[in-house]
Design a protein around this ligand. Sequence first.
Ligand code: SF4
Length: 711
Amino acid sequence: ASEDGGIGRTVASVCCYCGTGCGVSLTVKDGQLAAVDGDASHPANFGRLCSKGRTLGLTVRRDEARVLSAQLRRTRGAPLLAVPLTTALDAAADRLADIIRRDGPDAVAFYLSGQLLTEDYVVFNQLARGLVGTRHIDSNSRLCMSSAVSAYKASFGADAPPCSYEDLDFADCVLIAGANPAYAHPVLFRRLEEAKARRPGMKVVVIDPRRTDSAELADLHLAIAPGTDVVLFHAMLNQLVWDGLIDEAYVERHCEGYLEAKSRVREFTPELAAGVCGLAAADIVQAARWFGEAGAALSLYTMGLNQSAAGVDKNRALINLHLACGQLGKPGAGPFSLTGQPNAMGGREAGAMATLLPGHRDPDNAVHRAEVAAAWGVASLPAGPGLTAVELFDAVGAGRVKAVWIAATNPAASLPEQAKVRAALQKAELVIVSEAFAGTDTLAFADIVLPAATWPEKDGTLTNSERRVSRVRAALPPPGDAQADWQLACAVGTRLAARIAPERAHLFAYTAPADIFAGHAALTAGRDLDYSALSHALIDAQGPQQWPFRQGAGQVRLYTDGVFATEGGRARFAAPAYTPVADVVNAHFPLRLTSGRLRDQWHTAARTSLAAPLLRHVEAPALSMNPADLARLRLAPGALARVRSRRGELVLPVAAEEAVRAGHAFVPMHWGRAWMAGDGVNVLMNGALDPMSRQPELKHAAVAVTPANLG
Ligand code: SF4
């Protein structure tokens, strides 16, 4: 921060929405946030901001839109009443201690968020695994990136996106699969638009059931049937083999499993794939040739691949294409998973997830557990993975988990099978919610509410999609009694330690985020992500840095020498079979529903709904369908329709959109009860899990649509 002689001061920080991680410059005057501008020096955005970033200032509230004080519900059914923060902290510690003594540590769970800063994650992990001793700590990143994580680990041996944003400038062919960066990562999409304008030979292929704004940029839009991506990627590999476009030398030197993959894709001809995917065979051949003939081929992907019961298979089948053509480890090339949340990466690095330990360690590995336990100064950590997001709330519903602390996330709107999730929250013995915004659906289920600070009141770090660690800096003090999440975790942790394990109280002896980061960074030493040389002070002095950060420099892209993080150093081809979507379309549920983001809203709209200009883009949710389907169902645009899935139903106005294929439907994901006094789309969605990543199939449901007769 730099003072400006009474006129104001500027604070360099990071936008709190998507995983692009744009730098922002905050101007503070008279104790108020006066302006939010793009930070021209930040390498993620060079000063550019999208509509959400530009309106961040409008979301800064210090009134009833915020949780300003702690609240306590004495008994179920009683109202939440404001109490002093210390009363709520004591109550949280008392009740957690009672449950741990009675039912053991695994009766307690923590459900965190990609909104949290890395320092928050670290302390929550120490609270969960270090003090309570529960294995059950997971994050809403499970709904977002876990299939990409599992695929990177399986294919390359480490969870690390190998690319950087600058690869957008060098690519000759860009494959955008199951992603709509025009809406979800707008600053990156603008960079891609500019690169394409500069390089007319660049080919862009967009794979998406809908003709999105991103597809408008495409040379080829593959309007794929939901869930059939593995078939498409296998057919592309088949075509690459047929055309002699395999980089045999790269495969021979750096990969294993190619022959199995080649054998697997033999039956997946473009003609077969055309039938399964609802595409033209010639388009599949064209996409494969552009990819195979490109000097540099880059793929960008997000939820369309990840939010699937076959998400890891989809990721790995796409990675196969890069391995087959030697398309990674060089400028403009590689499989680039874009993170949805601002700090999904930090949560993975801090190991605050059911399947991870700090520094990308493994909870199944006794050596890894011992390393973390030694660094934390505790005797041991619980062995093995914990329950992941959907499973965790299932266990709450089944009574196996009695207490859950939910931090900075809104599972009562964002998890699939909402009726089940809400019933579980209703049944839980203790629900603690630390939250900044007063309107979220989840607060209605809380027994104890802890007031949390949020952007721009917090200090710490986050890591964006290109492995770049940036500093988030507080420009304003938190309102009311609100505190940073790490402070709330420390406050409860200190009290709980006094009740159950005083010898572990040191886990919460932090006074500043820089100290938390120092301990965390030290735990990355020698690991694939090694940023043990980073500190708040170094980033303050030298700017945001990419990991791994060794010998004073960050690494722009990974695997440049063709040596991977697997045991033998070779990347692994996969040979997955095709698994169709879990929710089967039939005569009762004949339409395929997908959900996705709008340009100007973010997640469950807890923050974006506070910026009125953002509602101008789309004011309220609608069910978008092809005009031919609407005519067949005798639904005029604007009429109310009832949408039913096997799990629930919604009533929504319909909108006619040619961009939606016949037989398909689309609903934006952002609205829940808190914002539109009705259910959001996840009441319809399916909780079927990918067997490896445990990520649910949030992207697809079989539904029936009928005119709604509300009379
Ligand atoms: Fe914020 Fe993402 Fe927009 Fe950048 S692209 S301003 S990080 S929402």
